[in-house]
Structure formats: C-alpha cells, structure tokens
Write a protein that binds this ligand. Sequence first.
Ligand code: UD1
Length: 424
Amino acid sequence: MGEILRVRGGRPLEGTVRLPSAKNSVLPILAAAVLADGPVVLRDVPDLADVHASVAILRALGLTVRRRGGDLHLLPAPVPGWQLPEAPARAMRSSVFYLAPVLHRAGCVRMPMPGGCRLGPRPIDIHLDGLSRMGAQTLWEDGWLELRTSARLQGIDYTLRLPSVGATETLLMAAALAKGDTVLRNVAREPEIRDLADFLNACGARIEGAGQPVIRVQGKTSLHGARHRPIPDRIVAATVAAAVAGCGGCVTMLGTGEDPLGPVADVLERAGCHTDHPVPESWRVQRQDRLQGVGLVRTGVWPGFSTDAAPVVAGGLLAAQGDTVVEDTVFEDRFACAEGFAQLGGQVCRRGRALAMHGPVQLSGARVRAADLRGGAGLAVAALAAAGESVVEGAEYVRRGYADLAGMFRALGADVCAGRENRA
Ligand code: UD1
C-alpha cells in the first residue's frame, strides 16, 4: 500500500493558517535532549514521520517520551543505551544528530549509515572529522558506524570545510559538554542553528555567536532539562506561499516569527504576489494578477534562498508567463520532481543542478510520483494549481515534513485528501 494525495486543483486559496514548529529545529533538539540530566518539554511538536522515527530512537536509548497534546515530554535514561535501532535510524538523515549526544552519555555510539532524501551525495565527513578531532575514534563495519571515546571529548578550535547545517549542529552538541572551550568557524547560520543553541543554553550550556559565522562554546560538565518552543517552520511557510502564487487567492500565516522567508518573499513578489504583515509575526500572501516568471533564482546557505524551498516555489511558478530558472547550489539532485512537473503540463527542462521553466502553460491534472520530501510538496503545490484531478504517489515522503499537508490546504479551500492505494 502506498500513500497518495488526491488533488482536484484550480481553486484559489483563502484563509488563515498557523505555522507548526520547524521540523529542522525539532529533530536536532530532540537528539540534544539526550544530553540533559533533567526533564525536557518541547512545545508544539508536529506529528511528522521523522518525529516518530526520532521518538523510536529516543525510547531505544532509554528515554521516556510522552506526547501530551502538541507537546513532547522527555525524561532522561537511567542507563543510557548506545546503539541506535536500525529501522528508524536508516529512515532519516537526522539520526546523525545522535552521534555526539550518545557519545557523551555512553562513551560510545553505534548506528547504521543515516538515510533521508536522495538529493545527491550526502557525506557526513565534517561531522566525523570534527568529532575525531575532539577525541572520538571512528570505525566503519558492515555499513555500521561506531564512535568511541576513552575520556571526555575535548574542546577544539575548528574550521568547517563548508558551512553544513547538520555538522554545525553535531559540533555544537559535542562542544556543549566538552572539556574546555570550543571555537567553531565557517559554521552554518540558518535560524535553526540559533534555535538549537537557545535550547542548549536554556539547559545550562554556554554558547555565544549562534547565527554568526563563528560560534564560541564554553564546555560544561552537565546540562539540566528545559522547556522550549522551537521556531516556526519557514519551509511550510514557503510551501503555503508558493501554493498561493500558483492558485491565486489570499492567505495569512500566523506565528511566523520575524521575516521567516527573506529571499523567498522577494521572489514571490517578483512573480506578481503581494506580501505584507497585517499583525506582528504574521505573513499575508496574495496573488490577483498574472503570474510572471522571475528569471534566475539561485539557492544558497542562509541568508540565501533556501534549497528546501526550491521545489515548492518551482511548483508554484510552473505556469508563470516567461522564464524561471531555479538553480540549487547545495544539493546535486534537487529536482527529481521535474518529470512530474512535465506530466502536469509544465514546460520544464533540467540542466545540471538547475530546473528551467517556460510559460505560460495551462496545467492539468495527472498522476505523478514524489521521490523526496520537498519535491513531493512541490508536486502537490503544482497539482493544486492544475485544472482537474491529480494523484501524487509517494506521499509518505511528504509526511516526513508536513504533519497533514492535505488538511492544511483543505482548511484554505482546496479540494485535496490523503489516502492509500495498492501499488501495481
Ligand atoms: C539540513 C536540513 C535540510 C536542508 C539542508 C541545507 C535538517 C534536518 N535538514 O540538512 O532540510 O536541505 O540543511 O539547508 O536540518 N556536506 C558534506 N559533508 C558533511 C555535511 C554536509 O559534504 O559532513 C554537504 C552535503 O552533502 C550538502 C551540503 O554539505 O551538499 C549541505 O548539507 P548540510 O547543510 O549538512 O545539510 P543537512 O544538515 O543534511
């Protein structure tokens, strides 16, 4: 049985939506909770497939995890485990976040190669290089990775080869309980990095400079528990905004934080949308006029245009008049969704890491297949703008990052439902 989204597109979107907490904040923070000696409460945690996988890992490591309404309550493990369970660890890339916390708690950690969306090669060399410079010994055996330390990890002065989001988070978690001070240079500056640092600081860590290119950490001997509300999900915001661009209408997003989208908002404005902030921490997007191509859009690390937003914005601009070229500088294979865009009537062409689109075109319903999370969301956005019925197969990918994409768009007037069907 495969999961599908069934979409009858062509309706404008109207209404209000509250943004959930960001998946890319929640997942590293759940792993960081392993470092805490006391209870951790995470507020408004969305019910995502990757959150389920994280909870399975946390429970296998001995933590007690309970969901109360939207919140997750975590109690530390009396005797911490050190081997990650295979299925949930292989199911997502974010299992890599458990390396540093489990190493600190148990002195060793064993996990299979992390999975996640296939967006091209996704090595973890920077995570491992940083940890080994802090004193971890690394061993690969039959597809499993094992790290050991004979003493507490040591603070270091370390320059990342490139500003990887995940490696910055791994090394922040490692530095928080390391012996002595750590300086991390050329780090990622995405808002989720600051959120992880805010959570760790709420637990008693001493981290300064998160959100800037150099982070300084004073290692502590222990961390206590904390309550924390992760930042709102800027990729869900981009998805809703892109759908408004594609379908027309007017949607207000609430609980957005300050300026969640930066360059994504600029691109949508160039495409003919109007965006403003009717109340603080809100974002209203409307499109009444014709959708225009925007020329070249290049993704980049923060504060650049987010790579995760690339397929959803492409889905929203698929029918636009004129040319749009979206080039992803972060991942090699971001646009597996191109084939589905063409089946929906888009005039698209993949050139290396770029997706070129030309219009105007009339989109019409089709059966398409998601191959990854954001590409699947991009196909759903394009299907919402297409006349007639579409089926997006592979919707289980989409559920990794959107708790209920269908329900969210239904509340905005779309005709879309999630379901299952037998695969031939
Ligand atoms: C995180 C996000 C993901 C987003 C990406 C870029 C989470 C859970 N996921 O992924 O949604 O698309 O940031 O904003 O937060 N790289 C290496 N060696 C490493 C690590 C990374 O070569 O050790 C490369 C990757 O292959 C990729 C680039 O660096 O080409 C960026 O990856 P990175 O920033 O680490 O992304 P993730 O943390 O995997």
